[in-house]
Structure formats: structure tokens, C-alpha cells
Design a protein around this ligand. Structure first.
Ligand SMILES: C[S@@+](CC[C@H](N)C(=O)[O-])C[C@H]1O[C@@H](n2cnc3c(N)ncnc32)[C@H](O)[C@@H]1O
Length: 213
């Protein structure tokens, strides 16, 4: 049962996937809000929610940015995200696409801001995904990441090694550096959520064209 739940969190499908989407909308509210706040969205920004799931963060982002793209591998999640953002989708302020983390279906330099909330556990080739993120982000753009810390994840039976890769603060920083982000452009803070959950909030920026090292 726990393994099945882990698989649904990685790739929600069918009835189980729809229920998982409803569950995520509730339990991921606070991490999503914190990670969206850390993006510091501006009204002219074009933003991406990577692994948008049921679309809760998309709604927060669409209220602050010009256009927000949501990408996910799961048709079930894209359906829920479309329903949750009906008006914004109709107005073209939220745009949804099916895609894979390691081959982002977007042109180079398209995004000012990119959110990756509760998705890093599923990056099989994390440096490759980070290279794709840097490719689609404009120079001077910002990535915001939320992951639940490994010390909490280890207590959750659904987060087994077959479905989830776990991170502590050091592992997260090392990975961001291996993925091409410079150390002085990375921020990392522990966050404490209700229920005693330990989370990690990170931002990483690409260097603007005109800035000197
Ligand atoms: C735990 S959910 C998080 C959803 C949302 N970001 C949130 O915080 O509520 C993980 C999401 O990542 C998506 N996902 C997992 N692996 C993926 C991949 N390789 N490519 C694209 N999406 C993927 C899943 O379909 C799922 O919607």
C-alpha cells in the first residue's frame, strides 16, 4: 500500500491519482506558499511551475505574474490543474503542458522564475534536470525549491528508495552547485511546518549578463 502511494505521488493516475491530487492540494499548501513567496514574482514575469500537480501553486503564481506555465507528466494532474485554474487558462494567463523534467518542452531563456515544489525527489538525473532548468531560464532568473528534509521523509513509509530520492541541506546545496548554480547565488533555509515537519527552502539564481563575478 505504501509503495502504491509513493508511485501515485510520483505519477498520479486514475482514481487513485485523482484522490492523491486532492490530498496534495491540502498538504502542500504551506510549502507551496513559502516557495512561491521566495520566487518574488513581479507583474511582468513569465513563470513556470515544474511538476505542477493539481495546480494549487499555479493559482498563487497567476495572481502575481503575467503568465504562468504549468508542466507535468500526468494527464490526471493536468486535468485537475486546468479545472482549478479555469478562468486563468481561458484568459491565457495559465498555460498547461505535458512534459518530462529532463526534456522541458520550452525554448531557451523563456522564464524569469521557476518553481519546483515537492518534485525534486523524482529527478532521476538531477544535474540533467538542473541543466534543463538553467537552459529555459533567462539570465538573472530565479529558481525556488521546496523539499521535505530527509529526516522527516525517512519517517514516511510511502517515501521509499524506489520512488523518492531524499535530501538534507548539504546534499541540496551540493546538487545545485553540480547543476551549475554558483554558491553565492544559492540561498538555503530550513523551515518548520506544522506536525513537526522539517522542510528545506532553496533559491538559486543565474547571474545576470551585466554583473561581474
Ligand atoms: C508530489 S507531486 C507535487 C505536485 C505540486 N508541485 C505540489 O507541490 O503540490 C509531484 C508531481 O511531479 C510530477 N512528476 C513526477 N515525475 C515527473 C517527471 N519525470 N516529469 C514531469 N512531471 C513529473 C508528478 O506527476 C506530480 O504531479
Amino acid at each position: 500500500m505504501w509503495e502504491a502511494m509513493g508511485r501515485q505521488l510520483r505519477n498520479p493516475e486514475g482514481l487513485g491519482g485523482r484522490l492523491t491530487g486532492k490530498f496534495m492540494r491540502v498538504v502542500n499548501r504551506t510549502p507551496n506558499r513559502l516557495a512561491v513567496d521566495a520566487l518574488d514574482l513581479a507583474p511582468e514575469d513569465v513563470a513556470l511551475d515544474l511538476g505542477c500537480g493539481p495546480g494549487h501553486a499555479l493559482a498563487l503564481m497567476a495572481a502575481r505574474a503575467a503568465t504562468v506555465h504549468g508542466m507535468d507528466q500526468s494527464e490526471t494532474m493536468l486535468g485537475q490543474a486546468a479545472q482549478a485554474n479555469r478562468l486563468a487558462v481561458r484568459e491565457g494567463r495559465v498555460v498547461l503542458a505535458r512534459g518530462e523534467f529532463d526534456r522541458l518542452p520550452y525554448p531557451t531563456g523563456m522564464f524569469d522564475k521557476i518553481l519546483a515544489s515537492n518534485v525534486m525527489y523524482f529527478w532521476k538525473n538531477a544535474p540533467g534536470v538542473l541543466a534543463e532548468i538553467r537552459r529555459v531560464m533567462r539570465l538573472g532568473g530565479r529558481l525556488s525549491i521546496y523539499v521535505t528534509d530527509a529526516r522527516t521523509m525517512r519517517q514516511w513509509k510511502f517515501a521509499g528508495p524506489d520512488t523518492h530520492r531524499l535530501f538534507d541541506a548539504d546534499a541540496l546545496r551540493i546538487l545545485l552547485r553540480r547543476g551549475g548554480f554558483e554558491n553565492d547565488r544559492i540561498t538555503l533555509s530550513p523551515v518548520r511546518l506544522s506536525g513537526g515537519i522539517h522542510g528545506l527552502l532553496a533559491t538559486a539564481e543565474t547571474r545576470p549578463l551585466q554583473s561581474n563575478p
